[in-house]
Design a protein around this ligand. Structure first.
Ligand SMILES: [Zn+2]
Length: 128
């Protein structure tokens, strides 16, 4: 019983259930871009446990401050580059969000590593 699938926050054409939703339910990301997209969607949906569980242990914060940023609203994601080399990868993206009245743009190159078949976010550098 399903009508139109809920669109995925990451912006891909397929619905949430078959896109980032399956990763949020525990499926392993096929590559770093898929993990990055699922983490963006998790920010949209405030899935703090998912974000922490996909953060590499060496850089993972103790918690995320969703409650401290009530006015931040993510609007759109654009993946610009995805390069994999063995068990490490980078994903360059632009994410747009609104905080209060102001539209903002986050341009970042994120680093990922794969351990035991699972990709993890390590850290990111702002671009520009
Ligand atoms: Zn998605």
């Amino acid at each position: 019983m399903s009508g139109n699938p809920l669109p995925c926050p990451c912006g891909r054409g397929s619905g949430y259930e078959t896109c980032c939703g399956s990763l949020h339910q525990g499926a392993a990301a096929a590559n770093a871009e898929a993990l990055m997209r699922s983490r963006y969607s998790a920010y949209v949906l405030h899935l703090e446990p998912y974000l922490l569980s996909t953060w590499h242990a060496s850089t993972r914060p103790p918690h995320l401050g969703f409650d401290d940023e009530p006015e931040l609203k993510w609007l759109a994601l654009q993946v610009k580059r995805h390069e994999t080399s063995g068990d490490s990868a980078i994903v360059e993206f632009v994410a747009r969000y609104r905080q209060g009245e102001r539209g903002q743009r986050l341009h970042e190159v994120s680093r990922f590593v794969r351990e035991a078949g699972r990709w993890y976010y390590v850290d990111g550098q702002f671009v520009g």
